[in-house]
Write a protein that binds this ligand. Sequence first.
Ligand SMILES: [Zn+2]
Length: 77
Amino acid sequence: MKYLLVIAVVGIVLWLMFGRGRRAARPAERSRAAARAEPAEMVACAHCGVHLPADEAVADAAGRRYCGEAHRLAGPR
Ligand SMILES: [Zn+2]
């Protein structure tokens, strides 16, 4: 019976440690991802609709953005 109590206490301590660790790690991950995503403006390809960073997009004469040269040549859909 004494061992059951010890196991329960150790389990609760471990659960609290891992619970806190997970909660502490998530906001840091989210802010890091936000910092990475924030500077890049995302645009949609006028042909296939895929989203890509604006600086990687290929623009045609009319200013439409495409994911690549092949879709720029294929034109808007
Ligand atoms: Zn495309």
